[in-house]
Design a protein around this ligand. Structure first.
Ligand code: ARG
Ligand code: GLU
Length: 713
């Protein structure tokens, strides 16, 4: 009995251990490939990444630097999330044709809509250049000088590494400065909008359902890449032709079942999986609570106004969603870190690490690392918290202050770069702030200001605050600024910025709102930033050494480099999870669930009439699974922000889903991945095809794709 239990335990550890991690596609041979095959993968590492023949990586471009997309037809059709295409969809919308509300479908190629400043970037090759970048660095003792030399070396390799005229070289660091990789890339600049569902499908459930499972969002949109006559990247021209990809993903109509193999490829932005326990404690106990409290206050004010006034609701919907997204993520992250005992797990690891250092006789090199971390994290904490207060209150969540902060930077541009640079930036600001003021409501922001500035004065570390902010009469201060400052309306703002630098700066400094921002920013730059930067530089150096030590002392561990917006592969299985006692979440949702959530007229949960009709008639075409229409599913793939729009493929590399979120209980995976509750959320491709074909009547797009039946061979 005992033996069987042990075996079972080993088995559980084994299968769990095979999950998590964001791996470099060119380095999958060996351990990863073996794990993937054990999980059910039928293709090889060479099918995923190769420089000699087309491979999966050729179908997965970075979408405008922040999201991921995938090529799904031989004519350059690409798929990404609705929330990734949101700006493009919004830019083409007006009151006459509101594509956010109604959706948009180009019925022929001539109708596809060009987008200024929208690019997609393919990876041509991945090359290790560590030796070149670290050349001559070890001899330098000063950390700042080291960094300078590294930068110089990076510029040198970038300039000399062979590439074609239409390609670019980019060097990125991995394992916190222990490895450097050069990417040869191709960036296409003519990317046109092909289709998007109405927001009631693409954003169904909106903020209430954001980060939440069970989920029923059709979070997708489609674009097409155009190239010049040689199939090379170029800027927009009506003579450009649809791009012929090196590879495109076939789409599976057979869908998924629990325990099926899944792999997600994309561009995850940032993770911090190798922090010491001190850093995680700082996040859980100090910085996350402060940031959450600030956003909580701002969101409550905005929500109060939005519920009472429809015009304000429209003005603030997108801003609200932006602020709420990470607010909600941090709450989930903190809870998950506590519940999974992440700090305790890290502390245990650190004990083991310390022991390993001694066993390996490496005390000189690594013996003091953890003690040094402890000392520096204690020292940096008040500065880190102050930095977050400044950033959340001034730079991000109070509109008057964030506008004032842009002007503060303008004043600094004058001081460092002179009149011409000042004028260029000023003109840009005048132009760009027109949109800002369209969605600005003075009454809303005034209330936000009053709340946030009080939090700043009462809760941020006092020793770094200007005296004027501690125990101030926040109400009086607020009324004074919002009645006197010119930063509250576009016309006044323009008068403030008219004239040459001398007169503008004079007017600015006489403005009550600006003067207030300036006092906060000057104070921050004097009392917080320099010390923060100084300690942070030390922590960065420690983290690099800690990473090096882990790679050396744990040669057989599954250590992957933290996400850094470069192409990665993560794999796992379709899998439900138990979010709390006595509850198990199934891994697949269906259209029936959309109808269960349906609230007529609600801005988050209304359902388009046509979709209700299709549901009532069970008119699902070839996209149903046993009479039901799948909508979303979850898996154990390790993803983060930036993986939005990433393809989820099956064991043979066919597209089965489109990644767009994670489950709330597992958002801590950026810091501590726990395979028992961390799940990524994907739209089922059959729902995407159903919406395109049956709902939008854009069957010609489905006809462009290669539909396959891998399970019915
Ligand atoms: N949580 C997802 C991500 O981090 C989706 C965000 C967009 N949706 C929203 N309701 N704000 O980007
Ligand atoms: N929605 C996120 C994005 O825009 C992906 C969700 C996550 O953070 O995992 O990239």
């Amino acid at each position: 009995m005992k033996f069987i239990k042990l075996l079972l335990l080993l088995f559980v550890i084994q299968t769990q251990a095979q999950q998590g991690g964001m791996w470099i596609p060119s380095l999958l041979n060996g351990m990863n490939e073996t794990e993937m095959k054990n999980l059910g993968m039928k293709i090889s590492a060479d099918d995923i990444y190769s420089v000699n023949h087309s491979s999966l990586k050729d179908a997965v471009p970075h979408f405008n630097g922040g999201c991921t997309s995938e090529v799904i037809s031989p004519k350059g059709l690409i798929l990404t999330n609705h929330h990734c295409g949101f700006d493009a969809i919004q830019n083409h919308s007006s009151t006459e044709h509101d594509y956010l509300t109604d959706g948009f479908w180009a019925m022929k190629m001539e109708d596809e809509l060009p987008n200024e400043n929208l690019v997609v970037t393919f990876i041509v090759s991945i090359n290790d250049v560590t030796t070149q970048v670290l050349d001559g660095v070890a001899l330098i003792t000063s950390e700042a000088e080291k960094q300078k030399k590294i930068q110089e070396n990076m510029t040198k390799v970038s300039a000399s590494f062979p590439k074609e005229a239409w390609q670019e070289n980019k060097v990125r660091t991995f394992f916190e400065g222990n490895q450097y990789i050069l990417f040869v890339t191709e960036t296409f600049k003519d990317v046109r909008l092909v289709g998007a569902p109405p927001s009631l499908i693409g954003k169904f459930g909106s903020d209430t359902d954001n980060w939440v499972w069970p989920r029923h969002t059709g979070d997708f949109s489609m674009f097409r890449i155009y190239a010049d006559k040689n199939n090379h990247p170029t800027t927009y021209s009506k003579d450009n032709i649809p791009y012929t990809p090196k590879h495109f993903l076939p789409v599976s109509l057979d869908g998924i079942q629990e325990d099926d193999f899944t792999m997600v490829m994309g561009y995850p932005g940032k993770t911090q999986e190798y922090l010491p326990s001190f850093a995680v404690a700082q996040i859980v106990n100090e910085t996350n609570p402060a940031k959450i409290e600030i956003r909580d206050a701002a969101l409550k004010v905005q929500d109060g106004f939005m519920r009472k006034d429809n015009a304000i609701k429209i003005q603030y919907a997108s801003k609200y969603a932006g602020v709420a997204n990470y607010w909600k993520k941090w709450i989930g992250e903190s809870q998950g870190l506590k519940k999974s005992n992440a700090i305790g797990i890290k502390q245990n690891f650190e004990k083991d690490f310390q022991q390993k250092v001694i066993t390996a006789g490496k005390q000189n090199e690594y013996g003091n690392l953890l003690a040094e971390f402890g000392k520096n994290y204690t020292e940096i904490t008040p500065y880190a918290v102050s930095r977050d207060y400044f950033s959340e209150v001034v730079a991000k969540n109070t509109e008057l202050l964030s506008l004032g902060y842009k002007l503060y930077q303008l004043e600094q541009v004058f001081a460092t770069k002179g009149e011409q640079a000042f004028n260029d930036r000023k003109e840009n600001l005048i132009k760009s702030q027109e949109d800002f003021f369209k969605d600005f409501n003075k009454n809303v922001d005034e209330k936000v200001f009053e709340q946030l500035i009080a939090l700043y004065g009462n809760k941020a570390p006092k020793q770094f605050l200007p005296a004027s902010l501690i125990n101030a009469d926040y109400k009086k201060l607020t009324t004074l600024i919002y009645s006197k400052s010119k930063l509250v309306d576009y016309a006044k703002f323009k008068t403030l910025l008219s004239g040459d630098s001398k007169s503008v700066l004079k007017k600015l400094n006489a403005d009550k709102g600006y003067a207030f921002v300036k006092s906060l920013a000057d104070n921050y730059n004097k009392n917080v930033a320099p010390k923060y930067d100084e300690i942070n530089l030390k922590i960065t150096a420690l983290q690099r050494t800690y990473m090096k030590a882990q790679l050396e002392l744990y040669p057989n561990s599954r250590i992957f480099p933290d996400a850094n917006s470069t192409l990665r592969v993560t794999y796992g299985k379709v899998k439900g999870y138990a979010p709390k006692d006595a509850t198990y979440y199934n891994p697949v949702t269906y259209l029936d669930g959309v109808m269960e959530k349906y609230v007529p007229g609600d801005y988050e949960f209304d359902v388009p009439k046509k979709l209700i009709e299709l549901y009532n008639n069970k008119d699902y075409g070839q996209y149903a699974d046993n009479g039901k229409l799948p909508v979303c599913f979850i898996g154990t793939n390790h993803t983060t922000g930036g993986n939005s729009g990433s393809p989820a493929v099956d064991a043979e590399g066919n597209l089965i889903g489109l990644n767009f979120d994670r489950v709330w209980e597992g958002t801590m995976s950026d810091i501590h991945y726990d395979p028992s509750i961390c799940r990524n959320v994907m739209v089922d491709m059959r729902y995407v095809l159903f919406i395109v074909d049956k709902f939008a009547g854009a069957k010609h797009l489905v006809d462009e794709m290669k539909l396959v039946h891998p399970k019915k061979k």
